[in-house]
Design a protein around this ligand. Structure first.
Ligand code: LLP
Length: 433
């Protein structure tokens, strides 16, 4: 019970009482690292399902559908687990849709398709699969969607993704709800665009997504108010609007010294969104959480290759690098790093934790005070379940990590490590001319 509670509130990783080894559910990290090698992503299934349950509980008073943002972590086993719970999905490419269809064809009817650059063939795939709704981001896109629907002799349900011009405090790369961003249609123009319509288009909803890693509920509430006002106008114009898709973006706390209560966060979030939706009436609320469901469920395990001193600096060089987890390099993101074996001494050193990639930007932590680490030690980079593996690359011709999903005492390999063959097979190895 204690574990269950801590899993909901913060992270599922803890030191086992007896051996002082970092564990998740009933599995020790040393064992999985030995069995599957490093770098290795490890996820707690219990934690993901608990986070989903928090959403379900908080929004139970309104008709709603949680559409997990596949981009956060698109590994099939994780999608499958969520699909089995009746979860919907937010996809932003034909590829992500194919992943959802691969785990559960019937889940198509719970899919929303977002993204600013949908191609004709991606639209065709989604129309044929019978997805719930297209979140259309521009007028030209709406025209193409009408064309594709006409061609396939079907009707495309759509929601315009409006840009509510709401400021939300987050990293500039992942803020999306301001007029100067590439996303959505200016909310002031939306009514005119809905009027254009056409017989192959069914205006079914309005959608919005203001950004990611937003920790305050206020901007979400402000965006919801604006969406609901637009819905009232659209209904006046005769459109039967049934869906309010209020996007994703609810943040987590990466710093261990800041208090974070996940249940309370979701409660505040629901408190901001539900009243406007109830006021409008007759709406199904769609939500697109990604990070909140999976970030804290996952850790990246890495082994220390070398500890090296250069001048005044100490570098801990691990076998995980920016190609495995790019968030520190790309957003200067903080990820807590802990040794897998709980340190016996209280000695600490200030170090940079870096990978083998040939870039100065290849770091996992900078000027971090950590228990003194030695060659061969295992470390866990925490809160790496979202935008970790899904952003991994083969830079420096490094195979992407393997992934393990834990359930109780069982650890299941859900993606094997890439092989040299995997990496080379799409290329031509001969004289090109
Ligand atoms: N819906 C749409 C339309 C989105 O663009 C996103 C994220 C989400 C939902 C899910 O947002 P979430 O609940 O995960 O915050 N790579 C960055 C995050 C990029 C987010 C992009 N869009 C990072 O590692 O912080």
């Amino acid at each position: 019970m204690l574990l269950l509670r801590s899993a909901i509130l913060t992270r599922p990783f803890f030191y086992s009482e007896t051996e002082k080894i970092l564990s998740v559910e009933g599995v020790k990290m040393e064992q999985v690292a030995r069995r599957y090698g490093t770098p290795l992503y490890v996820y707690s299934s219990e934690h993901i399902l608990e986070r989903l349950a928090l959403f379900e509980q908080a929004f139970s008073v309104v008709p709603h559908l949680v559409c997990y943002a596949v981009k956060a972590n698109s590994t099939l086993a994780i999608l499958k687990m969520l699909a089995q719970k009746g979860c919907g999905f937010d996809v932003v490419s034909g590829g992500e849709l194919e992943r959802v269809l691969a785990v559960d064809r019937a889940a198509a009817e719970r899919v929303v398709f977002s993204g600013v650059g949908k191609t004709a063939s991606e639209m065709d795939l989604a129309l044929r699969a019978g997805i719930l709704v297209f979140n259309v981001e521009g007028e030209e896109e709406l025209e193409l969607l009408a064309e594709r629907a006409a061609k396939l002799r079907g009707k495309a349900r759509f929601a315009l993704r409006v840009n509510p011009d709401v400021f939300a405090e987050t990293h500039p790369y992942i803020s999306t709800g301001m007029r100067e961003h590439k996303f959505g249609i200016d909310i002031r123009r939306a009514r005119a665009v809905y009027r254009k319509g056409g017989k192959y288009l069914e205006p079914a909803g309005v959608s919005v997504h203001i950004g990611s890693q937003i920790r305050s509920a206020d901007p979400f509430g402000a965006a919801a108010e604006r969406v609901v006002r637009l819905i009232a106008d659209l209904r006046q114009d005769g459109h039967a609007i049934r869906y309010a898709d209020l996007g994703g973006g609810l943040g987590v706390e990466y710093h261990p010294d800041k208090a974070f209560d996940a249940a309370e966060k979701v409660r505040q979030y629901a408190e901001a969104l539900i009243p406007p939706v109830q006021k409008a009436g007759g709406l199904t609320l769609l939500l697109e959480p990604g990070r909140f469901l999976v970030a804290q469920a996952g850790a990246l395990l890495a082994r220390v290759l070398y500890v090296k001193k250069n001048g005044a600096k100490t570098f801990v060089i691990t076998d995980a690098a920016m190609n495995d987890l790019i968030r520190p390099a790309l957003y200067q993101a903080y990820h807590e790093i802990v040794p897998v074996q709980k340190p016996r001494s209280a000695r600490k050193t200030i170090v940079d934790v870096v990978g083998p990639v040939c870039e100065t930007g290849d770091f996992l932590a900078r000027d971090r005070e950590l228990p003194t680490l030695r060659q061969g030690d295992l470390v866990a980079i925490l809160d790496a379940g979202a935008y970790g593996m899904s952003l991994a690359s083969n830079y420096n011709t490094r195979p992407r990590p393997a992934e393990v999903l834990v359930r109780g005492r069982r650890a299941q390999l859900i993606r094997r490590r890439e092989s040299m063959h995997d990496m080379l097979q799409t290329e031509r190895n001969g004289s090109p001319f």
